[in-house]
Design a protein around this ligand. Structure first.
Ligand code: SF4
Length: 242
């Protein structure tokens, strides 16, 4: 993708959403750190439901240690892999208290030394809590970067390095959130909504024409269905998720 097209792409994403941010709810860097550790392979909505109750009673490393590991697990047990995630958070709290004065560290190396914190989580914290222009490549960003031709790569590290070169400097701070949201709601994994994609003309995905037709068919069919009487749903129908 040419530099001019990349600039246009981000200009459009910016115009549509001038101040993008994470959908995880947090009010301090520590809350964000806990939420991001919990969010691996889980939905932001599920994490927010759990952390809303957790942070009301414990939102500092000291308070979470005071809950005890079993107490912490009670708040996060609705989240996948909660045993491991709770153990990581509990140990992270101990390290923050013993080595960092109870604060979330601001360097990549120190962040990545915490249990449950890998490169992606460190990038999210550096970007969202501390304003660094990092790009955390998750499954959504990986897909969008490859499909659009913005920064093709065989693995997340290649895509991250490609994006850091490809994204114009003035958009780098927010690129992470624009691309995640685009992948989560428009350029979804199965049957992307190419027909309502605001960067359709810039995108280099070979199948976009087919999916644009699909989007139109879905739109037409859903407006037809609105004029038809509702039928009762089969109780255990499967395979209906797009
Ligand atoms: S045109 Fe389709 S494939 Fe390309 S970015 Fe938009 S939704 Fe994704």
């Amino acid at each position: 993708m040419t530099p001019a097209r990349r600039r246009t792409l981000f200009e459009r994403l910016k115009r549509a959403n001038p101040s993008p941010t994470t959908e995880l709810r947090y009010s301090t860097p520590f809350e964000l750190l806990v939420a991001v550790i919990l969010s691996a392979q889980s939905t932001d909505r599920g994490v927010n439901k759990a952390t809303e109750k957790l942070f009301a009673v414990a939102n500092t490393p000291e308070q979470i240690r005071a809950l005890g590991l079993r107490g912490l697990k009670r708040y996060v047990k609705t989240i996948g892999l909660y045993n491991t995630k709770a153990a990581n958070i509990f140990e992270t709290c101990r390290i923050l208290i013993d080595q960092h004065g109870g604060e979330v560290p601001r360097t990549r190396e120190t962040l990545e030394g915490l249990p449950g914190v890998g490169r992606k989580t460190a990038n999210v914290i550096l970007n969202t809590a501390f304003g660094h222009p990092t790009i955390a490549v998750d499954t959504h960003i990986f897909r969008v970067a490859n499909r659009t031709g913005l920064a093709p790569g065989r693995n997340v590290r290649e895509v991250e390095e490609g994006l850091l070169l490809a994204v114009p400097a003035r958009y780098r701070q927010d690129a992470h959130h624009w691309l995640i949201l685009h992948g989560r709601y428009v350029c979804i994994a199965r049957r992307p909504h190419c027909g309502r994609c605001l960067i359709y003309d810039l995108c280099e995905y070979a199948d976009k024409v087919r999916y644009k037709r699909d989007t139109k068919d879905q739109t037409a069919s859903s407006s037809r269905n609105r004029t038809e009487p509702r039928r009762s749903r089969r109780p255990h129908a499967r395979g209906t998720r797009g």
